[in-house]
Design a protein around this ligand. Structure first.
Ligand code: SF4
Ligand code: SF4
Length: 80
């Protein structure tokens, strides 16, 4: 393993602490995030904007990477 590279466990822990968040004003309803999400955690709602189901999101960042409008941010989850 590359020296200093994070272990899988550490990376997974970091992912689980994050959550995708959509800026609805900038969303163009293209569906790219919906088609990319491995957990079906983000959906375009009534053709208007994408919404994230927080209980399903694992914080993988794939949706944020494909969004053409750059309107998905990764936020820290609040402690429950
Ligand atoms: S961060 Fe990953 S799991 Fe969460 S909504 Fe985006 S693609 Fe889905
Ligand atoms: S990829 Fe971005 S612009 Fe397209 S539906 Fe998802 S959040 Fe909206």
């Amino acid at each position: 393993m590359r020296k200093g590279a994070p272990t899988f466990r550490k990376r997974r822990g970091k992912m689980a602490r994050r959550l995708a968040s959509v800026d609805r004003r900038r969303c163009v309803s293209c569906g790219a995030c919906e088609n990319t999400c491995p957990r079906n955690a983000i959906r375009v709602w009534k053709g208007l904007f994408a919404r994230v189901e927080g209980s399903l999101c694992i914080g993988c960042t794939l949706c944020a990477r494909v969004c053409p409008a750059v309107c998905i941010d990764m936020r820290e989850r609040s402690v429950e």
